[in-house]
Design a protein around this ligand. Structure first.
Ligand code: FCB
Length: 440
């Protein structure tokens, strides 16, 4: 394998999200989110971990900015906490919340790092959950108002906006399986939630255009290449429908203005989702976007009966099979099926059993191998015509991994939680050279 050179100006980055790193859960007027409620409910997270303190980034963001500059990041993807901006999810924005993100964005720009802001990374204000959450159509309109307030405050300083992080994870983990907030197991509700999340996305796109903001905007989807587990006709058919639920439900509605027929038929005309779609909704959802954010972690292998099976070694996250080829497959598939919309990879990464060695280093060579293989797959996709403009490693630093708490470490930077000391892992030093050389 020869050296990989990426296109000039390629946006090497790293990603985080508000609830996973900020802490300061009760400061400066922040309200409660569904993740405060969920993580404080006994039995919901590993070790009962919560995001109350997390990586204390709310207080240490200046040091974290310096670490980003030290790595040479060109792009930093973070999320804005809705309950910091509107404690109860409605009404006049909280200036102290906006000010925090203004300081963060200014700090990025001073260091020549492009800010990429996600509007919603799962921390729905609890007051909105109490009023029905994403099952309620009204939440989509509340989201558009929140987005509008953020665009007015920061729109001149943020070149790229992402609307909703992984709507599918809210649908599946939050409403089908119940191991994420709000912890429901209600398939009928789940797909209505999917529709309202898509609607919220479209309304936010329209809100940005209405403010005349110069920034670009798009959705952030976790996409899963789906392969048949064997070569039977039944497995092929099951894989097709599985792909509908995993990928086309989200991609088609935003990029083609329609939900996939096979998924709608499978849900049935009387389902809460299908009967919840109103005239004009798909036009809103398909409001033109500027780019598509893709998060890739794992493929699925679908059996004739519609279950999934494994083919590759898994990581410390039992849901993740390591298959770099899947990155190539999903990126090229988007360009093939949806045209040459610009793409940013907003998440890809690996949890490792990282420990701080006696010599003060963290040896995560497995993460380096993983990233190198995935960068190579992305590079091949670019060579084959995919307009990929940037790539954000998940994550900048170790953080609160939702139901897994702090046990799973995904960062390039190690966080020693008792002291909040940061230590660059081997992968961070390696990533610095990748960025410097624009390849590896
Ligand atoms: C994604 C989430 C992100 C992080 C990674 C490991 O699904 O968007 O917050 O938890 O998985």
């Amino acid at each position: 394998r020869g050296p990989l050179h990426f296109p000039p100006g390629f946006g090497w980055g790293a990603a985080t999200s508000a609830y996973q790193i900020e802490g300061a859960a009760k400061e400066d007027g922040r309200g409660e989110s569904v993740w405060d409620t969920f993580s404080h409910t006994p039995g919901r997270t590993r070790n009962g971990d919560t995001g109350d303190v997390a990586a204390d980034h709310y207080h240490r963001y200046r040091d974290d900015l310096d670490l980003m500059a030290d790595l040479g990041l060109r792009s930093y993807r973070f999320s804005i906490s809705w309950p910091r901006i509107q404690a109860d999810g409605a009404g006049k924005p909280n200036q102290r919340g906006l000010d925090f993100y203004r300081r963060l964005v200014d700090g990025l720009r001073e260091r020549n790092i492009a800010p990429m802001a996600t509007l919603f990374h799962w921390d729905l204000p609890q007051a909105l959950q109490d009023a029905g959450g994403w099952e309620s159509r009204d939440t989509a309109y509340r989201f558009a108002e929140y987005a509008d307030a953020v665009f007015r405050a920061l729109g001149d300083q943020v070149p790229v906006w992402l609307t909703i992080n992984e709507p599918k994870t809210v649908v599946q983990n939050g409403y089908l399986w119940g191991h994420h907030a709000p912890g429901r197991q209600d398939p009928a509700a789940a797909y209505l939630v999917a529709h309202h999340l898509q609607l919220a996305h479209g309304l936010a796109v329209q809100a940005l255009r209405a403010t005349g903001g110069a920034g670009r905007i798009g959705p952030a989807f976790n996409l899963h290449p789906c392969y048949p587990a064997d070569d039977s006709a039944e497995a092929a058919a099951a894989t097709r429908l599985y792909d509908g639920y995993e990928n086309r439900l989200y991609l088609d509605s935003v990029l083609k203005g329609s939900y996939p027929e096979d998924v709608l038929a499978d849900l049935g005309p009387d389902s809460r989702m299908v009967s919840g779609i109103r005239d004009g909704d798909l036009d809103v959802i398909a409001s033109p976007v500027d780019l598509l954010a893709v998060q890739y972690y794992t493929p699925y292998y679908v059996t004739a009966s519609g279950d999934t099976t494994r083919r590759w070694p898994t990581s410390e996250a039992d849901w993740q099979q390591i298959h770099p080829e899947g990155m190539y497959d999903i990126l090229t598939r988007i360009t093939r099926d949806y045209g040459r919309i610009p793409i940013t990879v907003t998440e890809n990464g690996l949890p490792c059993p990282d420990t701080l060695g006696a010599d003060g280093t963290v040896d995560d060579s497995g993460r380096i191998d993983f990233l190198r293989d995935h960068f190579a797959a992305a590079h091949r996709a670019i060579a084959d015509g995919v307009p990929l403009e940037s790539y954000h490693v998940w994550s900048l630093l170790d953080n609160f991994e939702w139901a897994e708490g702090y046990d799973q470490r995904w960062g390039l930077i190690y966080v020693d939680y008792p002291t909040q000391r940061r230590v660059l892992k081997r992968s961070a030093h390696w990533y610095r050279t990748v960025i410097r050389d624009n390849g590896c």
